[in-house]
Design a protein around this ligand. Structure first.
Ligand SMILES: [Zn+2]
Length: 619
């Protein structure tokens, strides 16, 4: 992929051209070296020179959850499996399974020559025994449709279906006999959603289209060029629902059926409004999103997208739409895995979805694992086994996937324990909570800080990104005045860069500021330990970044707990560590208590001060 393909072309505005004939600009055109361009002739070649890293292979085995093999010949399917092999796509999920006897045939076509590489969803069928040309005869108009469709779903799952697929026809083209569009939250479908929950299969739902398609096709529409080519894609005017109403109707279904897993296609049609989507995901733990056809949106807001993808790392699935050739996969991997700047989201001279370029979001390794395969393995039946089969014949894939599930979901039991503890104890009389990895878990706070009632919410093996993920769940019930935070050790051990770790620290702090605006934070330095001596420089780099950050944030204090453990030779002293030379001994914790104790007391005093000031300021 090269910059020369950047097709920043803007298209023929016929009106502008007509106006030009008689305008002063027309006179200018005759000047030598001057020619007025039509917008569709514009092919700017960016002068920007930055290093690009086009990737033809996902770092981890990948599951493409949005794939349409419906019309492929056997030869084309073979060719696509070659692309999957090259790109490290282990499994593709067909969304083209027809309901009824043809489902087995569809699945068989995919798996006969390529066992273990495909699973298939079945489509909702509104027609039933009716005639496609005669909407009057369609099953969806007859009483009991939901129950019948639910039974057909059961039958499809018996034939091997892994999920149910819905198209945007529900809400945008399917009409009742009175001519009215049937809304997505029409109760006649409730038995279908309920059955999906009983069958433990997800519902993958494409409901709307880009917001711009619901706006007037005029000079302010940022997808004007595309809608000019495809006016039939517009849902503006007529009796089409408003974009927000359509999205809200679908989310009502998701909310009404909390036991049903919904995969919201195309980033829930909200890739350009991640704040709203974030709220939806927080409210509906049964909702997942996949980004088929939407990397152009994510990649044009790399900072926001990165934060979103990290925050909701266990809810994101990889998807492409269509039958992606390698040229389409490259920008997906490039966006997820690199920090490349200003590259095309499609290797296509005509930018299909908006006239812009995108940026990489450089996801942390563990987030990549979840997006590429772990979430799909958890949510879509059959995928886990297919991944195991894929790895069985590929040692490289097997070693990449070693170590089991790394998603924050693996701490669910721990979080439930915290929930129970919150319910049992009077929540946090002390106002002080310690959060972090095993160095926090193993710290007997009562021993170091007797009688002070500091609360321990450490979860072993965690990284800063995990603390980000669970920040609200851990902190909101306790509403602490002071938070002591220790992460970074495992992050570096798992290959994250110091910059990434520091960014995750900042993200944690941002969540605390948002949710608990008066809370004080103590960010403990990453310790140096004999067992991780070779990472000392990286730990130092994290510490320097965090310390610098704290200087700018009045509610954050950096506490150096690394230096007190060093001997005169500048190396960590063995007596401060237990046998594994990673975790602290009692002597080690005694050293920590000496520096952390006073820092906590100061922070408590500052927090008190802040509360009194705030309340006295109130009118
Ligand atoms: Zn699709």
């Amino acid at each position: 992929m090269s910059h020369s393909l950047w097709p920043g072309l803007v298209v023929c505005l016929a009106l502008a051209a007509v106006a030009a004939e008689s305008s002063p600009a027309a006179a200018q055109e005759s000047a030598p070296g001057r020619r007025r361009l039509y917008l569709d002739e514009f092919r700017p070649q960016p002068a920007l020179r930055t290093r690009l890293h086009p990737l033809t292979r996902a770092r981890f085995p990948c599951v493409n959850v949005h794939f349409h093999p419906g019309k492929l010949t056997a030869a084309e399917l073979d060719e696509h499996v070659r692309v999957m092999d090259d790109a490290n796509i282990a499994v593709s999920v067909s969304l083209d399974g027809p309901v009824g006897t043809k489902f087995s045939e569809h699945l068989q076509t995919l798996t006969a020559r390529h066992p273990g590489r495909f699973v298939a969803f079945v489509r909702m069928d509104y027609i039933g025994d009716g005639s496609p040309d005669d909407p009057q005869s369609w099953d969806v108009h007859k009483p009991g449709f939901g129950a019948r469709m639910a039974d057909r779903l059961t039958e499809a799952v018996r034939q091997g279906a892994s999920g149910l697929k819905l198209l945007k026809d529900l809400g945008l083209s399917l009409r009742d006999l009175n001519g009215k569009l049937i809304p997505p939250d029409d109760p006649r479908f409730d038995p279908v959603w309920e059955r999906a929950a009983e069958l433990k299969i997800p519902v993958l739902w494409h409901c709307a289209d880009p917001r711009a398609f619901f706006e007037p096709i005029d000079e302010r529409n940022e997808r004007w060029e595309e809608l000019y080519r495809h006016p039939e894609w517009s849902f503006h005017g007529g009796d089409f629902p408003k974009f927000d109403d359509l999205v809200a109707a679908r989310m009502r279904v998701v909310g009404r059926h909390p036991e049903t897993t919904f995969i919201l296609a195309h980033f829930a049609d909200l890739p350009d409004d991640l704040e709203t989507l974030s709220r939806y995901l927080a409210r509906h733990p049964n909702a997942y999103v996949e980004f088929a056809g939407r990397i152009a949106e994510l990649g044009r807001q790399p900072f926001t997208a990165r934060e979103f993808l990290i925050r909701h790392q266990d809810r994101i699935l990889f998807g492409t739409d269509g039958v992606p050739p390698m040229s389409e996969l490259v920008p997906h991997f490039q966006m997820l895995e690199t920090r490349d700047e200003y590259f095309p989201y499609e290797d296509n001279p005509f930018p299909p979805q908006g006239l812009w370029n995108i940026y990489g979001v450089d996801l942390p390794t563990d987030v990549l694992r979840q997006v590429y395969y772990e979430n799909a393995a958890r949510v879509i039946p059959g995928v886990k086994q297919a991944l195991a089969d894929y790895a069985a014949s590929r040692p490289e894939a097997a070693s990449a996937m070693k170590g089991g599930d790394r998603s924050p979901a693996r701490w669910e039991a721990m979080m439930k324990k915290f929930d129970a503890a919150n319910a049992a104890e009077p929540p946090n009389a002390s106002g002080v909570v310690f959060v972090g990895s095993s160095s926090i878990v193993r710290w007997e706070l009562e021993k170091s800080f007797a009688g002070l009632g500091y609360i321990n919410r450490g979860f072993g093996g965690s990284q800063a990104s995990d603390a980000v993920h669970f920040a609200r769940r851990i902190l909101l019930p306790l509403r602490p005045a002071v938070i002591v935070f220790y992460e970074g050790d495992n992050d570096i051990a798992r290959g994250k860069s110091p910059e990434t770790v520091a960014a995750d620290f900042r993200q944690f702090v941002a969540i605390v500021h948002e949710e608990l605006p008066d809370a004080e934070l103590l960010l403990l330095s990453v310790k140096y330990s004999p067992s991780r001596a070779k990472s000392m420089l990286q730990h130092r780099a994290v510490n320097a970044l965090v310390e610098a950050y704290c200087e700018e944030d009045p509610q954050c204090r950096y506490v150096d707990v690394a230096t007190p453990l060093l001997g005169p030779d500048g190396l960590p002293e063995a007596r401060y560590f237990v046998k594994d030379m990673l975790h602290l001994s009692d002597a080690g914790y005694a050293e920590w208590a000496k520096v952390v104790g006073p820092a906590v007391s100061d922070a408590v005093a500052r927090a008190k001060q802040a509360t009194t000031t705030t309340s006295s300021e109130k009118p």
